[in-house]
Ligand binder design. Structure first.
Ligand code: AHR
Length: 495
């Protein structure tokens, strides 16, 4: 295949990469909390009941903002059920996933886990069946010093110091008719504004995410966002985007070209934010928070049938899915100027990079791109100019075989490159217009026997990252040979 050239200039900067784009979602759904992160009966449980094997694997991903307690679960959740002595917490019928919720893991356990994992807490308030006042009370419980009602409850529950939760989501997917308490945009906007005002009155330092469109296929796509942002005004710091993609027609080239559509979704939402900023003649604008994203289409088991910790949407991921995860991350980095937070949904068992089976644990294919990018995430996104062969995706349009992004950190440059060609290796030439490449640090590549290859408990290392050595340096430039269907992270030292 013809060579692809990635041309960069250290001065052509998109913006600093916000570490919060490497966030996750921990929802009370299926086996994400119970049998996922928290399982006191597991052989690997620590004194607090957390699964040390799962946490050890998650540590490798170095996630940042951890969104909790949902997802759809949040729209029926009353946070007061999940605090206080465990034996006094109610067992409730959970409607989003038709499951039993025993409330043995709640706010204080979640904060404890965030501290253990160095995650930034990110709470989603219930604007479905909950009230704006309940949301305001949760902020007081978490963030206020002792001396008033809800803060004193926290102290009585053994947490003298405030939890310091800065990031709050005003509900979840409120544009979707499946959501508990779903309402039209104008009603949601009123609820969100009321909650936002009270929450910020309790703690001026918090940042708020309003619910944006949960899918580009919603009939209210962009119009919902316009209405909500216009009404909530300056109280909205971010607007949320969600996206789940899949290879439903078994057309891998088209599936891999989904990056075009992800780029477009980000740019369309950014356009709405800029439009509202201009219309309101504001200094402030809302930024983007992609607080649910992933590949999800194979396992659609969403009915818990009244069980505790049922097996729900336990997607098995293959190599092509991992390349699409790399594609999401490339797109996020390319839009670092406007996209400030993103959360892969989810982190364990439920559409996740990690699966558990009893006391066993499996690392899935999508784990690796997240790890490869997250390790090299610090710095400023550069605008790559790509020249090379392209193909036509059936629905997603023209795409370069090589999908890429780049992060500059002082004299360190990390280039991420995915080869979407299923059959042929790709030669990728990297050069900077204003400086020379002087050295190569440890590069990694993710590939496998074919696009459909996946890890299993029986064969856990079919698709995994390995050191990447097919990179040559000459005359201050670099040339890499990428295997077919692969994703590479290549860190360079600049002169
Ligand atoms: O992540 C699974 C579910 O997908 C979330 O609960 C919901 O917000 C979305 O529809």
């Amino acid at each position: 295949m013809e060579t692809t050239t990635i041309e960069l200039h250290s001065g052509f900067q998109v913006g600093p990469v916000d570490p919060r784009i490497f966030g996750g979602v921990l929802e009370h759904m299926g086996r994400a909390v119970y049998s996922g992160v928290y399982d006191p009966d597991c052989a690997h449980a620590d004194a607090e009941g957390f699964r040390t094997d799962v946490l050890q694997a998650l540590r490798r991903l170095d996630m940042t903002a951890m969104r909790y307690p949902g997802g759809n679960f949040a729209s029926g959740y009353h946070w007061m059920d999940g605090i206080g002595p465990r034996e006094q917490r109610p067992v409730v019928r959970e409607l989003a996933w038709q499951s039993i919720e025993p409330n043995q893991f709640g706010t204080d356990e979640y904060i404890g886990l965030c501290r253990k994992m160095n995650w930034t807490p990110m709470l989603t308030v219930n604007l479905g069946t909950g009230t704006p006042e309940e949301a305001r009370n949760w902020v007081e419980y978490c963030n206020c010093p002792a001396g008033t009602k809800y803060a004193d409850w926290r102290v009585a529950n053994g947490n003298a110091d405030p939890h310091g939760v800065r990031l709050w989501c005003l509900g979840n997917e409120m544009d979707g008719p499946w959501q508990l308490g779903h309402v039209p945009a104008d009603e949601y906007a009123i609820r969100a504004q009321q909650a936002a005002k009270m929450m910020k009155d309790v703690d001026r330092s918090i940042e708020l995410v309003v619910c944006g469109s949960c899918s580009i296929d919603m009939p209210t796509y962009l119009e919902w966002d316009r209405q909500v942002l216009e009404y909530v005004g300056d109280l909205a710091d971010y607007v949320s985007l969600h996206r789940y993609v899949g290879n439903r027609d078994d057309d891998t080239p088209d599936f891999l070209a989904i990056t075009n559509s992800i780029d477009r979704q980000i740019e369309e939402m950014d356009a709405v934010c800029r439009f509202i900023q201009a219309k309101r003649r504001n200094k402030k604008r809302a930024y983007l928070c992609f607080d649910e994203w992933n590949v999800w289409y194979k396992n659609m088991q969403m009915d818990g049938a009244g069980k505790f910790a049922p097996h729900l949407i336990e997607e098995v991921y293959n190599l092509e899915d991992a390349l699409v995860v790399a594609g999401f991350l490339n797109s996020f980095i390319r839009h670092a100027d406007v996209l400030k937070i993103a959360n892969i949904a989810q982190i364990v068992n439920v559409i996740a990079p990690i699966l558990t089976r009893g006391d066993e644990m499996l690392v899935q294919s999508i784990f690796y791109p997240f790890e490869m990018f997250s390790r090299r995430r610090d710095g400023i996104s550069l605008q790559p100019v790509v020249q090379g062969p392209t193909y036509e995706g059936r629905t997603n349009g023209q795409a370069h075989y090589i999908d890429t992004s780049a992060i500059l950190n002082g004299r360190q440059l990390s280039v991420f490159a995915t080869n979407r060609n299923l059959a042929e290796p790709a030669t990728v030439h990297v050069r900077l217009a204003d400086c020379s490449i002087a050295g190569l640090d440890s590069a990694e590549v993710l590939t496998g026997p074919d696009a459909k290859a996946a890890n299993s408990f029986e064969q856990p290392e079919v698709v995994c990252s390995r050191p990447f050595t097919d990179v040559r340096l000459a005359d201050g430039q670099a040339t890499a040979e990428l295997p077919p269907v692969s994703a590479a992270a290549i860190p360079f030292r600049l002169a």
